[in-house]
Design a protein around this ligand. Structure first.
Ligand code: PMP
Ligand code: GLU
Length: 397
């Protein structure tokens, strides 16, 4: 008889972004040409000076366990980087290096949440937030936002969602999956509610270096003196430095939370990969031209994608202030037949687009909103051109 899976894991759905990328990979292995807009993963190679630092670390024998919360040099480099760019002073002991920002989120939720606690998550939200909260036994409270308000949570909607059990508000700006960014004023208005209602905030700032001209990023905790003690900041090297596979992210939190996360991590992973940590120091402390160059390329792709989405009848998406996703409104194209297949929801639409046109996107339902599909433009212009031609053919049929 097959072993019984735990109740909590039984309810867990696999990550839809990773599942769609897996389906694209399988089709490719069968010999199909697939235009993959599924995963939010920069297509660039990790810059050479970062790779060299990893090789040097291996040559120097830095291949052993490290302290559980990460090597002091990287914790300091992270704190120095935030001070230099955002003017906010964190102690290195407040920084815990983890195996990617996803792991840092898991750590923060596990360290703070009890069953019965509620976490307010504005939708559309990145696929893993809901699952990571559920794993702790706490309750995700999803608050819908609208395309008309650029998918941003309003202070009024936040106030209404707060109950005596609310512990955390989750904010992701620039947003995955919509690319929306809160202005400093909008964040300030949310911060007022956070303070008034005595909440904590998990601020996922992983896309803070991928911000397009005309938009301004401010780090949430800098907005008010009371916020550093309420804010659990999440960031990492995956998106900024094209380092997704190195698995380095971090949390910056009040010291007691950092200590708890460090204990948790000492039991669950011992430490993040030693060599990746040394490479991440080179990323943060080395030349930053690579970031500017990648951003320039993303800026071109963003313009192209916004133009193509606007040209295709019945499609629209909010203007992206940051990150590398277009959140396409496909609702006008639902309730129709595509090559004889009835398509009524975003999952069927994305699966048919993949099977009929070999274009991989991610269904809006995975991000908590029906009627949308996410297209990642962290892929080559050539790929984007072919993919959008095919999306156009698909919806025109
Ligand atoms: N937060 C957001 C909003 C993301 O899009 C991602 C991408 N996977 C992560 C966190 C996690 O990043 P990583 O684990 O690769 O550091
Ligand atoms: N964050 C990326 C995405 O949304 C990577 C995949 C994942 O971890 O979900 O596509």
């Amino acid at each position: 008889m097959a072993p019984t899976i735990s109740k909590i894991v039984q309810t867990l759905q696999p990550s839809a972004t990773i599942a769609m990328a897996g389906m694209a990979r399988e089709l490719r292995a069968e010999g199909e040409t697939v235009y993959d807009l599924s995963l939010g993963e920069p297509d660039f190679d990790t810059p050479a000076h970062i790779r060299d630092a990893a090789v040097q670390a291996m040559e120097d024998g830095k291949t052993h366990y490290t302290p559980a919360p990460g090597i002091p040099e990287l914790r300091k480099a992270v704190a120095d980087d935030y001070l230099a760019r955002h003017g906010i002073q964190y102690k290195p002991t407040q920084v815990v290096i983890s195996c990617g920002a996803k792991h840092a989120l898991h750590n923060v939720f596990t360290a703070l949440l009890n069953p019965g606690d509620e976490v307010i998550i504005p939708a559309p939200y990145w696929v893993s937030y809901e699952a990571l909260v559920q794993l702790t036994g706490a309750t995700p409270v999803i608050v819908q936002t609208t395309q008309a308000s650029d998918f941003k949570l309003t202070p009024g909607a936040l106030s209404e969602a707060v109950t005596p059990n609310t512990k955390i508000l989750l904010l992701c700006s620039p947003s995955n999956p919509t690319g929306s960014m809160y202005s400093p004023e909008e964040l300030g208005a949310l911060a007022d509610v956070v303070i008034e209602k005595d909440l904590l905030v998990v601020a996922d700032e992983i896309y803070e270096r991928l911000v397009y001209p005309g938009h301004k990023f401010v780090s949430f905790a800098t907005l008010h003196d009371e916020l550093p003690e309420r804010t659990m900041l999440i960031n990492g090297v995956s998106k900024t430095y094209a380092m997704t596979g190195w698995r380095i992210g971090w949390s910056m939190t009040p010291e007691n939370v950092a200590k708890s996360i460090s204990s948790l991590q000492s039991q669950e992973t011992s430490n993040p990969t030693s060599v990746s940590q040394w490479a991440s120091i080179a990323a943060l402390s080395g030349p930053q031209e690579c970031v500017t160059e990648m951003l320039a390329e993303f800026t071109k792709r963003r313009e192209f994608v916004m133009k193509r989405v606007a040209e295709i009848p019945g499609l629209s998406c909010p203007e992206m202030g940051g990150a590398f996703y277009a959140y396409m409104n496909i609702s006008e194209h639902l309730g129709r037949k595509y090559n004889g297949v009835q398509v009524d929801d975003s999952t069927t639409w994305c699966l048919e687009l993949l099977s009929q046109k070999k274009v991989a996107t991610v269904m809006g339902s995975a991000f908590g909103t029906e009627g949308y599909a996410r297209a990642s433009f962290a892929t080559s212009m050539e790929n984007l051109e072919a993919a959008f031609d095919r999306i156009e053919e698909f919806v025109k049929k």
